[in-house]
Ligand binder design. Structure first.
Ligand SMILES: [Zn+2]
Length: 357
């Protein structure tokens, strides 16, 4: 999903279902998406390591997700169920607490991503992907994994996680994404588990500096390295957690954090790394679109629109770097396409594969 064919198929799926194109064009998007998704499924099926297959953004699970969504779009429900079953069968792989030696809970390859995919798949097809007790088991394992790691390293956060021995804080591999997935599944957690999650949300809130967050934990105190304002590391990704926290709790401090983050992104979010969602201008713009959905404040729509306009200026076209994967969902034009589609219909705007509201 991150830089490969299923991510491009997913963007074409969003275009095909948007209702913004004549039938002939929507059909062309759909047909092309299906070709790409078939290639991706072939790869995922032939991947021998089930742990790699279970990865949402960097593994094979995304291929099953996008194939199920495409078949749902054309009403082939037997095929939808086939791919939903393949996605669901990977949940057993994610059950052992340390199923990945690099870190089992983050978003790209770990449980958080797998659970986010299951949630989106269930929401968008209306078919149960994981029985509630299975989803609850994976969520509880994440909480317990974070609690044990936190105790081991004497973290100040009740829940902490590491990925390749780094305590990331942002959406890509970090605490923000894991907490967001846990908040999305809040109803499946016990009261004690919920209070650990919310205390960790408040811990992350405390680390904010001028609307941004440091990328990793060890750089938090006394470091200047808080200049990354990316979805993957920094305000555009972390603030989505506080959007969710505000929606669930109504506590004004979460909305205030979102507002400060949006100001920081407005000041610093015109990135040189291309038009993508992960560390590009679209990823910055998505915070405004999600905040517009949350607040209906036209200021946020205006800011998203201006970020879109910037991507069409000569300054950007000449000055921005071409990403390694220029057509991909997270680095390239597929993600930009999602952003442009959501700009036309902002009421349902959602960062690709990262449910918030
Ligand atoms: Zn990135």
């Amino acid at each position: 999903m991150y830089v490969g064919t299923p991510g491009v198929a997913y963007a074409l799926y969003r275009a095909a279902r948007s209702g913004l194109f004549p039938t002939s064009e929507a059909t062309a998007f759909f047909e092309r998406a299906r070709i790409l998704a078939d290639v991706a499924v072939h790869w995922a099926d032939s991947e021998r390591d089930p742990k790699t297959r279970a990865g949402f953004l960097l593994g094979g699970a995304g291929a099953y997700l996008v194939s199920a969504l495409l078949n749902n779009l054309c009403g082939k429900m037997d095929e939808v169920r086939k791919y939903v079953d393949r996605y669901a069968s990977l949940s057993r792989v994610c059950e052992p607490m340390s199923f990945l030696s690099c870190g089992s809970d983050e978003f790209f390859v770990g449980r958080a991503g797998y659970l986010m995919g299951a949630l989106i798949l269930q929401r968008d097809t209306g078919i149960e992907v994981l029985p509630p007790n299975q989803a609850a088991l994976l969520c509880r394992t994440m909480v317990e994994s974070g609690r044990q790691y936190s105790a081991r390293v004497q973290s100040l956060s009740p829940l902490m996680f590491s990925y390749y021995d780094v305590e990331y804080l942002g959406a890509a591999h970090g605490l923000a994404a894991i907490l967001q997935v846990l908040l999305l599944h809040e109803k499946l957690l016990s009261e004690a588990e919920c209070s650990l999650v919310w205390a960790s949300v408040d811990f992350l809130l405390m680390l904010e500096r001028d609307g941004n967050w440091p990328p990793v934990m060890c750089e938090q105190i006394g470091s200047d390295d808080d200049q990354l304002v990316h979805w993957c590391h920094g305000a555009p990704g972390v603030a989505l957690l506080f959007v969710k926290a505000y929606q669930l709790s109504g506590r004004p401090q979460y909305l205030a954090a979102c507002e400060r983050a949006a100001q920081c992104v407005w000041n610093k979010g015109l990135l040189r790394k291309g038009p993508g969602t992960c560390h590009g201008v679209s990823g910055s713009g998505y915070l405004f679109l999600v905040l517009y959905r949350l607040t209906q404040d036209p200021k946020y729509f205006y800011r998203a629109y201006r970020f879109m306009e910037f991507m069409f200026t000569e300054e950007f076209c000449r000055g921005a770097r071409t990403p390694d994967s220029p057509y991909s969902l997270f680095e390239g034009l597929a993600g930009t396409a999602c952003f442009l589609l959501d700009l036309i219909k902002p009421d349902g705007a959602e960062f690709p594969l990262y449910a918030t509201l």
